[in-house]
Structures are given as structure tokens and as C-alpha cells.
Ligand binder design. Structure first.
Ligand code: NCD
Ligand code: ZN
Length: 345
């Protein structure tokens, strides 16, 4: 039984870094292990223009501790007023990698997202023309659709019609949480990718609700039934290049998680690689961790994989901090409810 595993340095294809004191505290947690990340634009106010993306990128680089290397891959937050020429120019200059689509009201800071999809068709057409990826938060927001069904309903009502209307559009289904999402992604051909988070490989909805309410397991899309968690584990270990890592590490201070109306988001940047190694080992698929965490993502985004490597070592359980301190207050690190034996050397 091998006790070390060397892989190309991984990337995180869906990450929330926030801003200010929180950015400064959480960025090293990601940069320690990951070379690049797709940076979510749901700040307040959102990152809508190329100029805002450039300023945010500069704040991220200024927050990076000396001696650490990291490349933020910036995204623009799509609104109903997004201009196709601005998007194309920001992409052509190399400033912006992708556009993020939030249905209005779907999640944290998504109020400026899209209500009427006809209004963004010209942007989608242009993105299809230039091959620029669209990262999609795939949940409907209708109050008459049960929260556990919102992903599956989004595929039928919104995503599939949008892809049919926009031939050639390259789409990433962000953080899929259901067997329905996995199956749709698998059948979607080379222009469709899907990210899967670390925490959705660990928890099902019982972890949030059974025996007491556990706010640190509440995120969006919300964790589903066990059968869906198992479908996600099968997808990530299948070797199918459709699926790649997007942690959706989404820090909120504990005071806002442990609240009468707690924020959605799990903070997994700190221990993600240890958790993934444990999961892939449990599934007998350690040899496929590199493709999921380090190869399939760059291939979809048409970027080279990282040149350097990380080594994971198996040994006595690794002690991660229960929370990290930020200038805004403590942030609880995701508890995977099992000992983690793999550490990044
Ligand atoms: C994210 C956040 O907090 O910004 N929360 C989450 O539960 N994943 C938003 C998102 O990606 O939906
Ligand atoms: Zn997210």
C-alpha cells in the first residue's frame, strides 16, 4: 500500500475569496495547495465590469503573502445589462476567464442576477462565438419549487433550453449536487463541464438536519439525499473528463452562520486536499485524484495543467484547526466527520 501520492498541483474551479480582511485570511488557505482558482464575483457590489474585475484581481494579488504563488482567474457577474462587447473585450485581453450566471435570488448576493433570460441572449451568443465559458449556478428560484428539486428543475426549464438556443455555448454546471445533474452533464458533450465540491462528497441532507440543525453544513445548492451523494462520488472517481474540482469554499463568519437566518456556504479551502484523498482512497480510486483535481479542469478551460507537483503523504490523522481567525471574526473549517490521514507535504 503506497503512502505517498504525487500529483500535478491542483486548481480550484469555483472559489469565493471575498474582500478586505476576509480575503487576507482565506487566500493563503487556498494558495498553499492550489495554483489557480476561478474567482466568484458575488461581492457587494458584484464584479460586473472589466474595470471592477481588474481592481479585484489587484486586491487579491496584494493580499497574497510574500513567497506564495497564485493566479486568480477572474469572472464577471452577468446582469440583464451586461454588454456583449465589454465581455468579449475583457476576455480577449486575458483579464477575464469566464462569466458567472446567477438566477436572481438563487444564493448569496445574487439579487443583481438574471430574471429574464431573453435579456442575456446576445451576451450568450457572443460567448458561444468566442468560446468563452459560462459558469452557471443551476437552481431555479421559484418559490413553488421545493428547494431539494431546484437543481433538477433548472436543468429542464432553463439550462437545456438555453443550450439548445445557443449552439456552441460552453457551459460549466457549477457545484452539481444531484444524480440528475451528473447524468445531464455526462450526456452533454465536450462543451459541457461540471464542477463538484468537496463537501457534497461527504454530507447528505441528514447531516444538516438530523439530531439538531448544523448550520456549518448548510450551503447552496443544499446537500441532497444519500443516493445523490453516491452519484457524485461515482462521477468524480469515474475518470470522466466532464467532472472537475470546484470547492465552492465559501467563508462566512461564525456569527452569520450560527444565526436565526444563517448564511449558506461551507469553508473547505483549508482541508480540501486531505478530504479528497480520503474519499478517493475509500472509493479505491486514488489514481484518479489527479485527473479530477488537476487535469480535467484545465482541459475544459483550454489552459495547460500546472507544471509543478504536490505530494500527499499518508500517516497519523492530520489535525486541522477547527476555525481560522479573520479580521471579521472566526470562520469554521468544514468538519468531514472522519479522521484525515493524508497531508500535503
Ligand atoms: C456561496 C456564497 O456564500 O457566496 N454560498 C454557497 O452556499 N455556496 C454562493 C454560492 O456559490 O451559491
Ligand atoms: Zn459558490
Amino acid at each position: 500500500m503506497s503512502t505517498t501520492l504525487t500529483l500535478r498541483r491542483p486548481d480550484d474551479w469555483h472559489l469565493h475569496l471575498r474582500d478586505g480582511a476576509m480575503l487576507k485570511a482565506v487566500l493563503p488557505e487556498t494558495a498553499r495547495h492550489f495554483a489557480r482558482a476561478i474567482i466568484m464575483p458575488n461581492l457587494v457590489p458584484p464584479v460586473v465590469t472589466g474595470a471592477q474585475a481588474a481592481a479585484y484581481r489587484d486586491r487579491i494579488m496584494a493580499a497574497l503573502p510574500d513567497g506564495m504563488a497564485f493566479r486568480p482567474l477572474m469572472t464577471l457577474y452577468m446582469t440583464e445589462d451586461t454588454n456583449p462587447d465589454d465581455v468579449a473585450a475583457a476576455h480577449a485581453s486575458g483579464l477575464v476567464t469566464a462569466v458567472k450566471l446567477y438566477p436572481a435570488g438563487a444564493t448569496t448576493n445574487s439579487a443583481s442576477g438574471v430574471r429574464d433570460f431573453a435579456k442575456v441572449q446576445r451576451v450568450l451568443d457572443r460567448m458561444a462565438e468566442i468560446g468563452m465559458p459560462l459558469c452557471v449556478h443551476g437552481e431555479v428560484t421559484n418559490h413553488d419549487v421545493d428547494i431539494f428539486d431546484r437543481e433538477a428543475v433548472f436543468i429542464d426549464r432553463v439550462l437545456d433550453p438555453m443550450r439548445r438556443r445557443t449552439p456552441g455555448l460552453r457551459v460549466v454546471m457549477e457545484h452539481v449536487t444531484t444524480r440528475d445533474g451528473v447524468q445531464y452533464a455526462q450526456a452533454g458533450g465536450p462543451d459541457l463541464g461540471a464542477t463538484i465540491t468537496t463537501h457534497h462528497l461527504i454530507i447528505n441532507r441528514n447531516h444538516i438536519l438530523a439530531g439538531g440543525i448544523r448550520p456549518h453544513y448548510y450551503c447552496l445548492p443544499v446537500a441532497k439525499r444519500e443516493e445523490h451523494r453516491l452519484a457524485l462520488r461515482a462521477a468524480v472517481t469515474s475518470g470522466d473528463p466532464t467532472f472537475f474540482l470546484g470547492t465552492d469554499s465559501a467563508p462566512h463568519v461564525d456569527a452569520l452562520k450560527e444565526h436565526s437566518c444563517g448564511c449558506a456556504g461551507c469553508f473547505t479551502a483549508t482541508n480540501t486536499m486531505s478530504i479528497l484523498a480520503e474519499v478517493f482512497e475509500q472509493e479505491g480510486a486514488l489514481d484518479r485524484l489527479e485527473s479530477f483535481a488537476s487535469l480535467h479542469g484545465p482541459a475544459f478551460y483550454r489552459l495547460p495543467p500546472n507544471e509543478d507537483h504536490i505530494t500527499l503523504q499518508k500517516g497519523a490523522p492530520v489535525a486541522y484547526p477547527a476555525r481560522i481567525d479573520t479580521g471579521d471574526g472566526p470562520v469554521t473549517v468544514f468538519d468531514p466527520l472522519m479522521p484525515l490521514h493524508w497531508r500535503v507535504a
